[in-house]
Design a protein around this ligand. Structure first.
Ligand code: CP
Ligand code: NVA
Length: 305
């Protein structure tokens, strides 16, 4: 990954993906060791709000001995105060890497094209690759090898679901996505999954109970992602029956764990009872954001051994 962008899970080979997870697990267990990003700085540009992503990137750089600078949307106004290509070239003169959270995926693509330093996608409308890494890390910790692990994702085929789909295919897991009609994974995503190397599988279903049957883990995400909040009234109608509640969990195996990338909207996509239950691993997922990104940054920026 040295010097390369990480805009999509598709930017990694299956071996690289496993390598990131191995390094993240090792760093979580032993700390960063002698790996050091001393003197290196990451710029964080966020067009959307964040708790986990910002904190985990800042802490990952801190733990590696480097530094992070947070730049909010109002400050930079990418594409308004100045063009994305200028932002990319200015930051490239001063920092060693850029992480960007954007509305349009094209913005991270443009940043990467014009930056001479590596760019990480910190969530776009298309993908959330760093979240997928943390989720796989959480599954690895629970189940060991991911081969054959069945993960049920109940919700929209959105940025989180797309990154998970690519990651599951490459690591041998079976992702079953259960969505209301009109909110399923787009056909081009399923086509990309098919073309990927790896023993995993991705299946789209439209019945949430069918989706969670036999699942080792049940995952959900918000019904309206950032930028789509104005559609929430319609979506509450459309997602009726897709709430991860006790009744839906009763269709899953009794030892299935519960996952959510957070922030969660209790009473919409998940009940308070389920997310607070002992099955829930949502805070392990959140912590694992830091460990996964620490591994990504170390590999990307060539942390000294
Ligand atoms: N899961 C996640 O990306 O959280 P934030 O939006 O708080 O960064
Ligand atoms: N799908 C959600 C994920 C938030 C971390 C969104 O894009 O808002």
């Amino acid at each position: 990954m040295l010097g390369r962008d990480f805009l999509s899970v598709l930017d990694l080979s299956p071996a690289e993906l496993e390598g990131v997870l191995d390094l993240a697990l090792g760093m979580k267990r032993d700390g960063p060791g002698a790996r050091s990003l001393r003197g290196q700085t990451l710029a964080l540009i966020f067009e959307k709000p964040s708790l986990r992503t910002r904190t985990s990137f800042e802490m990952a750089m801190h733990r590696l001995g480097g530094h992070a600078i947070y730049l909010n949307a109002h400050e930079v106004q990418m594409g308004e105060r100045e063009p994305v290509k200028d932002v990319a070239r200015v930051l490239s003169r001063m920092v060693q890497a850029i992480a960007a959270r954007t509305y349009a995926h094209q913005t991270v693509v443009d940043l990467a094209e014009w930056a001479s330093v590596p760019v990480v996608n910190a969530l776009s409308d298309e993908e959330h690759p760093c979240q997928a890494l943390a989720d796989l890390l959480t599954l690895r910790e629970r189940f060991g090898n991911l081969g054959g692990v069945r993960l049920a994702y109940v919700g929209e085929g959105n940025n989180v679901a797309r990154s998970l789909a690519y990651a599951c295919k490459m690591t041998g897991a079976h992702l079953v996505v259960a969505s209301p009609h009109g909110y399923e994974l787009p056909p081009e995503v399923l086509a990309r999954v098919e073309a990927l190397p790896g023993e995993g599988r991705v299946t789209q279903v439209f019945d949430p109970h069918e989706g969670v049957r036999g699942a080792a883990a049940v995952y959900t995400d918000v019904w309206a992602s950032m930028g789509f909040e104005h559609e929430i009234a319609q979506r509450r109608e459309d997602f009726r029956g897709f709430q991860v509640d006790a009744a839906l969990m009763a269709s899953a195996p009794s030892d299935a764990i519960v996952m959510h990338d957070l922030p969660a909207h209790r009473g919409e996509e998940i009940t308070d009872e389920v997310i607070e239950s002992p099955r829930s691993v949502v805070f392990e997922q959140a912590e694992n954001r830091m460990h996964a990104q620490q591994a990504v940054l170390a590999l990307m920026l060539g942390a000294a051994l």
